[in-house]
Design a protein around this ligand. Structure first.
Ligand code: KG4
Ligand code: ZN
Length: 338
């Protein structure tokens, strides 16, 4: 049995996990910095970097203890080395490389978006190629995942990501950070039909996204909201509109695969926004219309976590893809770029 230790520190979670090549998640510890960033309504890079530095030791130590393993039981140490906030990436990558140097355990540099892209395979038998809608705070794209390092992007955002729009809309309406979970909760206490919001670039044949016009429409509508309930209705209308946009784009992507004869095994949503049950349910029914199996990672593996980094490490370990200790963290790192 091989065990990989995964370390995640690209944004506002200090996380670590141990995963086996038999898909067993032995431990998965996430220290969320949300409370530290809340007063500022978003992630402050300097606070994030300092907090990673303070917590990484204990998070990794507790992760190994919970897995009931010693470092000597670990076959590889994987760390998210980009894309993301450079301060946090340096902390995680340096910690992993130092452990690797001291123990002679091989080091694997993980692309954080690729880890999101592969995360569904921790728990589901999803074979390549599969259609992936990757929606998080930093990323928003649709691609065909041909292999662990082969991604064909067929659509991406031309402005904001979906997660960013949830966060901005929540900030505008005063519902706090992070916006996604807050708005999802409000949806069930409000009237999502109270406001008619735009569906930017929902044009036949197009798999790209745009969210900045939708966000501006929410801002404009919010100026005429005089009660908390009206604000809640606006948040719910935003959630409904985003669900409709993602459903439309999933349909476009599935139709494109059909028309081009691309034989996908399934359709998948991953990334932080994939934790949204309203969106998951809507996409599931779209895929049923196309008779394509639909999968989403368990909610705890949607938002940033160490298990997805460890799992991406397992996928690379199986192919003997290790990295040199000279590997430098990359604040920008495209999907599939070696
Ligand atoms: O994947 P993630 O943890 O970090 C990035 O790689 O960006 O995604 C964070 C984003 C945030 O924008 C957050 O508001 C959003 O995911 N998010 C959600 C939900 N949970 C987190 N969006 C919608 N519904 C949710 N339940
Ligand atoms: Zn992420």
């Amino acid at each position: 049995m091989n065990y990989v230790l995964g370390i995640e520190s690209s944004c506002d979670e200090t996380a670590a996990a141990v995963v086996s090549d038999f898909r067993e998640v032995l431990s998965n510890i996430v220290y969320s910095q949300i409370e530290e960033h809340k007063p500022y309504g978003g992630v402050v890079p300097e606070i994030a970097a300092r907090s990673h530095l303070e917590k990484i030791d204990i998070v990794v130590k507790n992760t190994l203890e919970k897995a009931n393993l010693q470092l000597s039981d670990i076959s590889a140490i994987a760390a998210a080395c980009g894309p993301g906030l450079i301060g946090g990436l340096i902390v995680g990558a340096t910690f992993a490389k130092t452990l690797s140097l001291a123990t002679n355990i091989p080091f694997i540099a993980i692309n954080h978006i690729e880890a999101h892209a592969l995360s569904v395979r921790i728990t589901e038998n999803v074979d390549f190629p599969y259609l992936l809608m990757l929606v998080s705070g930093g990323h928003c794209q649709i691609c065909i995942v041909h292999d662990i390092d082969k991604f064909e992007v067929i659509g991406k955002t031309i402005d904001d990501s979906v997660g960013e729009s949830f966060d901005k809309v929540s900030k505008i309406l005063g519902f706090g950070y992070p916006g996604g979970p807050a708005i999802e909760k409000i949806y069930f206490e409000a009237n999502p039909d109270n406001f008619k919001l735009p569906h930017p670039i929902c044009i036949k044949g197009n798999c790209d996204f745009s969210f900045s016009g939708l966000k501006t429409a929410v801002l404009t509508a919010s100026e005429k909201c005089y009660s908390i309930q009206e604000k809640k209705d606006l948040a719910a209308s935003f959630q409904k509109t985003v669900t409709e946009i993602l459903s439309f784009k999933m349909k476009q992507a599935l139709s494109l695969c059909l028309s081009k004869g691309i034989k996908i095994t399934s359709a998948v949503i991953s990334g932080g926004v994939a934790a949204n049950v309203i969106i998951r349910t809507a996409l599931d029914s779209i895929c049923k219309e196309f008779d394509i199996p639909f999968f989403a990672p368990p909610i705890k593996f949607c938002t940033d976590n160490g298990a997805m980094i460890a799992w991406a490490g397992i996928e690379k370990f199986r192919k003997n893809k290790f990295n040199d200790l000279n590997f430098k963290p990359r604040p920008r790192w495209a999907l599939g770029e070696s």
